[in-house]
Design a protein around this ligand. Structure first.
Ligand code: SF4
Ligand code: SF4
Length: 332
């Protein structure tokens, strides 16, 4: 289906008026961020990509997962947490959209994470294909591309004339297009911008076998020297999912909170005894690469990285996961 730029504006404004929160990339203090919008005019689809990924709308950075109070006779009264609201995400990039089902593999494995799953079921993702990339992007090296539709409910591609071609990928997406069908037309001869994405930078097939055999390789010490363990790479990554639980309580009531954590923090693996199996930054950096390119594929048959480049773009120490993978490729 084709939608003109004017109709796209009307489509988004109608979605906003329908009362569901619509989240899209906007410019904020010279940066880009996914935020709830009040009007189509706030949307900015140009570079730079949003600093934080849209992960927080699936895996909240901080949320209450239960609360309780003690009744007059000392009985415990549990309170259910607030239910996640239905949300529409517009302008998500194909790599990020692909990250949502990848992460669902861990949240629907041995225990079911109803918070993640409910958001995945309720959120509607409208992806817009990339027409450009920067030096940090490497989606094509991890099996994705600007045309990848994984994780999208509606997939849009800009045409040479500035209109969009829209494809309903899931029933949710098809139903939304059907509901607003007056704004869409059957495809004319308009061609989408044919952007193939960044050139392939390494051979993914070679990474896992090398990681399996080189846990103690001297490269790890050398390559991780600049890392300051700030965790920016993990907080901006659409696929990093580590979280912590904290209880806050008084004598009368209490609540349990779930919040993002990072394997790059020194305290992350400290045992109650005080022993820390990852007692230096080199081991913590190695863990991030091993988890994404070795352990996760072992367990879930998928790399835990979609090549968005955020961990490189925003690292204050100029650490590059991409350079690490290219180095590993050269060592094989
Ligand atoms: S790799 Fe960079 S962003 Fe990640 S913890 Fe180290 S310094 Fe921080
Ligand atoms: S590891 Fe880096 S490049 Fe890969 S998905 Fe996470 S932030 Fe993006």
């Amino acid at each position: 289906m084709q939608i003109t730029k004017t109709n796209l504006e009307q489509f988004i404004n109608e979605l906003i008026k329908s009362g569901k929160p619509v989240v899209a990339p906007i410019r904020e203090n010279n940066l880009s961020a996914y935020k709830p919008i009040n009007s189509f005019n706030q949307i900015n689809l140009d570079l730079p990509f949003p600093t934080k990924s849209a992960k927080e709308y699936f895996l909240a950075d901080y949320e209450k997962i239960l609360s309780y109070s003690f009744g007059e006779k000392g009985q415990i009264e549990m309170k259910e947490p607030d239910q996640p609201k239905e949300l529409i995400l517009f302008g998500v990039r194909p790599c990020e959209a692909a990250s949502f089902p990848i992460m669902n593999k861990v949240f629907s494995w041995d225990s079911q994470d109803k918070f993640y799953q409910e958001r995945l079921a309720k959120n509607l993702v409208i992806t817009v294909a990339c027409e450009q990339s920067d030096d940090f992007c490497f989606c094509t090296s991890v099996g994705l591309s600007p045309q990848a539709t994984d994780g999208s409910d509606i997939f849009m591609r800009k045409t040479q004339t500035g209109d969009y071609l829209a494809e309903g990928i899931t029933d949710k997406g098809k139903n939304l297009i059907e509901k607003h069908k007056d704004l869409f037309a059957e495809n004319s001869n308009e061609k989408p911008i044919d952007y193939k994405g960044p050139e392939k930078k390494f051979d993914l097939k070679k990474i896992k076998p090398w990681l399996e055999k080189n846990f103690e390789h001297p490269m790890w010490n050398q390559i991780s020297l600049p890392c300051i363990g700030c965790g920016v790479c993990t907080f901006t990554c659409p696929n990093c999912y580590c979280f912590d639980m904290v209880d806050e309580a008084t004598l009368k009531e209490g609540a349990r909170y779930k919040m993002w954590d990072s394997c790059q923090f020194r305290m992350f693996t400290v045992h109650a005894s005080g022993h820390n199996p990852r007692d230096n930054q080199s081991k913590r950096f190695r863990q991030r690469i091993e988890h994404k390119f070795n352990y996760y594929p072992d367990k879930f048959d998928h790399t835990l990285c979609v090549g968005c480049g955020r961990c490189i773009r925003h690292c204050p120490a100029d650490m590059s996961l991409l350079e690490t993978l290219i180095t590993i490729n050269k060592l094989t």
